[in-house]
Structure formats: C-alpha cells, structure tokens
Design a protein around this ligand. Structure first.
Ligand code: SF4
Length: 328
C-alpha cells in the first residue's frame, strides 16, 4: 500500500485509523448496529504540504479531521505527529500539543462565540497558551487581523457585525494565532460565495508560505481542492478509494468514483464537450453498506466479483498514485 510519494519523513503518519459509532435503539438502549464512519485509513502528510480530502456528504472526511485533533476519540489506529502518537496522549499533554494542531470550521456563523469581541476570540488562545497577555495580547490580535486582510480597528466588534467571508478570516486568524504546524480546514470555504472562496483560498496559501503550515483541506467538491492541494485523497463510505498527486488525479483519474466526481465539474469553456458520468442511486446506508465493493451498486463498470469480494486496500499503480479497485 502506498500512502505517500515523497521520500522525506512525513510530519504526520496515520495508520489504520478507525472511527465507529454505535447505534442504540429502544427503551433499553440495545446496540442495533455500528456506523463505520472511518474504516482503516492510512496516509502521510508532509511539512508544508496540503492534502485534499474529498467525497460526498457522509463519506467520513470530517470525522477523519476531528479524530486527528481528538475532538472525537478514534476507535483504533495510530497518528504519529512530531514524534508522538496523538491518540496516546494524556489530557495535559494533549492540551499543550493542541497548540500545534488547529482547525478552521465550515460554518463561520456558528464557529465564533457571538458574545465575545473579536479581540477576545483571537486573544484568549494567546493568553491560554502563555504567549501574550494584556496589551501584548491586544497588539498581537490586531496584527493577526491585519494579516488576514481585516482592519485592526475591528478588534472590539462582535461576530454579527461581519459578513461570512470576514468571519471566516477571523476563524483563520484564531487558527494561526498559536503558530501551529498542522491545520485542518474542515469545509472551510464551502459555505462561502464562489468569489469569496477564491479570496480565502489565496489567503490560506499566503499563510501557508509565511508560517510553513501543513493543511488537511476537506471539501465535498473536487473543483475547490484543486487550487490548493498537493495531493488528494478521495473517500467513499469511510475508506480512501484513490490517493494521488493533484495534477495526476485530474489528468488521469482511475477509480470509477473519482471519474464520476470529476465529470460533474462544470466545464469553463461551454463549447468543449465533456461526458458526464451519472451515478446510479444514492450513497448507501452506512449502517448496512453493500457487500463486496461498497461502491458496486453505483459503479458503471461493476462485475460479479465486485458484488462479493471487497477490493484490495489502496494499491500503488503509478508513482504516488494508489487505487482501491478490482479492475484498476
Ligand atoms: Fe467498481 Fe468493482 Fe472497482 Fe468497485 S471494485 S469501483 S465496483 S469496478
């Protein structure tokens, strides 16, 4: 299995990550099933790299990001970051480790406390981690506001006084305030207008250069991750089905699911024809996923083998390009 195309030591190594959610029902809360939201994921992330994670709603991509930051507890696996397994850290060690791992949430409206000023939202993290207090904290918060393209004078305003794009910039300022090395961007631009999306992606790239950040950039749309990712992992029902360098994935998608996602991206030149692959049916119920390859009921090239046997885990089919499919 290939999880990487880069020969240097990865900053983050994830092996066998699983997150299962039990389903309880009835008066006595008896266990009725398990949702395998993330099922045996392995991948690497290098310093200053951006790994895009893409898939439809419910594929488990957000669960991956939150498990890595221990916002939810993983069921199994290892995640080695800066020489330590994040999943084995005790509460106090995790608190100081969190300085290095931050998250930018999808919804800029609910991710900022409406009762706090922008100065407090950014500055409290600086104080909590012993970086700055009092006037220093105030000045550093103002500098961060300017860095993300806002005015220093906004420091005493409240979140409701800003647009969605401005709020996301505040969320970004809060995320980079502690100079982390790893940031999970969880659908960070999905709720924004297309023109604002481009501005926020440009800002994230500028900050990556300035602070040497590594991003895990989660999105449901392959056209969004294209402009920021070095590599892309495509997920379907809790598993990575294709992992590749960004350019290679767009030029030569190999998994039928990736091909369908790419065919759905609107063509900027309307005269150029593109054959759209329409996927049959809905994403299956994750409590009871199809046997064999989870994708077989929707796959346009499924064979009898796909209905009974699970495809191999990610297999390297070219330099840095891995696929999980019987036919590739
Ligand atoms: Fe399609 Fe079979 Fe490949 Fe699954 S294993 S993606 S069903 S061809």
């Amino acid at each position: 299995m290939s999880t990487d195309s880069n020969n240097s030591t990865p900053m983050l190594q994830v092996r066998g990550l699983k997150k299962y959610f039990p389903i309880y029902k009835g008066l006595f809360r008896s266990l009725k099933g398990t949702v395998k939201a993330v099922d045996d994921l392995s991948f690497d992330l290098h310093a200053k790299e951006t790994l895009g994670i893409v898939g439809e709603s419910g594929c488990g991509k957000t669960t991956v990001g939150r498990s890595l930051l221990r916002l939810i507890e993983p069921t199994d696996g290892e995640a080695h970051f800066m020489g330590k397994d994040i999943f084995q850290l005790g509460a106090s060690e995790l608190r100081s480790f969190r300085k290095n791992m931050q998250i930018i949430f999808q919804d800029p409206y609910s991710s900022l406390n409406p009762r706090m000023t922008i100065g407090s939202i950014i500055g409290d993290a600086l104080e909590l981690h012993g970086i700055a207090q009092g006037d220093d904290k105030f000045e550093m918060s103002k500098e961060l506001l300017v860095k993300v393209g806002l005015q220093a004078s906004y420091i005493n305003r409240y979140p409701h006084e800003f647009s969605g794009g401005q709020r996301q910039r505040i969320g970004i300022a809060r995320a980079v305030a502690l100079h982390p090395s790893f940031v999970v961007c969880d659908e960070a631009v999905s709720a924004l207008d297309v023109s604002v999306q481009a501005q926020v992606i440009n800002l994230l790239q500028d900050l990556q250069d300035e602070y040497d950040l590594s991003y895990m950039f989660i999105a449901h749309d392959l056209s969004v991750v294209k402009h920021i990712s070095d590599r892309i992992a495509v997920m379907y029902l809790g598993r990575i089905v294709e992992l590749s360098e960004c350019d290679e994935l767009y030029k030569k998608p190999l998994h039928p699911y990736t091909q369908a996602l790419l065919s759905a991206i609107p063509e900027p030149k309307p005269r150029r024809k593109k054959d759209r692959i329409i996927l049959r049916g809905e994403v299956p119920n994750p409590i009871n996923p199809p046997k064999g390859c989870h994708f077989h009921p929707r796959c346009p090239i499924a064979t009898a083998q796909c209905k009974t046997g699970a495809p191999p885990v990610l297999r390297e089919v070219g330099p840095g390009h891995s696929v999980a499919c019987h036919l590739v």
